[in-house]
Design a protein around this ligand. Structure first.
Ligand code: IPE
Ligand code: IPE
Ligand code: MG
Length: 240
């Protein structure tokens, strides 16, 4: 399957909007929570496959700033699954030499979850493999506002001049500081929208939307999405 890919045109950074867990469960007459649980298998498979493929950065959207609007039970269940995922997967990720990090307003998460996340980050900090970013309590608008506030404080303190703010400086204040923009954003479940994901970073990302629901997403679907990316003509506003 990988032989149909151009090895010289593998994206350095792939981002994924993991959507469709609820519908997957509904189609089976199961509670939505079972869809979220099943989605973790897809995540495991994707992380392993991309790390093996030599992709340098993977960012996945796991919980948005808007997902707090869901019923309390579902939010609670998602927080439990995050705990469980870190607890169960950390050793496997470490063995794969994956470097884990999180983006989003982590201070809004339950304290014990925050604690687990920072332990996991610390454990994998020196790993040379794929950088795996999980977006939790993440919103693109919130990230932009956060950056604006940080910069405003620096200016007020006299440490920076407004003229100094350019693209490069700005990027340092985003949660993704140090990470290149994703060349490819994949969304599962057929929804044609960004839902507040990587608004700044995704300015010129190629979008690939697949009808596949996230819990059904497997290595073949991933390779198919990369193949579709490789067929795109990227112009960045220029001409070819
Ligand atoms: C994505 O699946 C997971 C999260 C947003 C946490 P959904 O829960 O949004 O599933 P659908 O879109 O309702 O099917
Ligand atoms: C986006 O999915 C958020 C995550 C995948 C974590 P949603 O299901 O929350 O987005 P909408 O409501 O369909 O836009
Ligand atoms: Mg959804």
């Amino acid at each position: 399957m990988t032989d149909m890919l151009d090895p010289d045109n593998i994206p350095e950074h792939i981002a994924i909007i993991m959507d469709g867990n609820g519908r997957w469960a509904q189609h089976r007459g199961l509670p939505r929570s079972m869809g979220h649980k099943a989605g973790l298998d897809s995540l495991r498979i994707v992380v392993r496959a991309l790390n093996t493929l030599g992709v340098k950065y993977l960012t996945v959207y796991a919980f948005s700033t808007e997902n707090w609007k869901r019923p309390k039970e579902e939010v609670g269940m998602l927080m439990s699954l995050i705990r469980e995922y870190i607890y169960r997967e950390i050793m496997a990720l470490h063995r794969q030499k994956v470097k884990l990090s999180f983006i989003g307003d982590l201070t809004g998460l339950p304290e014990d979850v925050q604690h687990r996340l920072s332990q996991a980050v610390e454990k994998t900090r020196m790993n040379p493999g794929m950088h795996f970013n999980i977006a939790l309590n993440y919103g693109g608008r919130e990230e932009i506002l956060h950056a604006a506030r940080c910069l405003a404080k620096q200016i007020r303190a006299g440490d920076m001049d407004p003229q100094d703010i350019d693209d490069q400086v700005w990027q340092k204040y985003l949660y993704t500081a140090g990470t290149p923009d994703p060349e490819l954003i994949i969304r599962t479940s057929g929804e044609m929208r960004l839902s507040n994901f990587l608004l700044w970073q995704g300015a010129y990302s190629e979008l690939v939307v697949t009808e596949c629901l996230w819990p059904d997403f497997r290595e073949d679907d991933l390779l198919e999405a990369i193949r579709e990316f490789q067929g795109r003509q990227r112009r960045f506003g220029g001409v070819t």
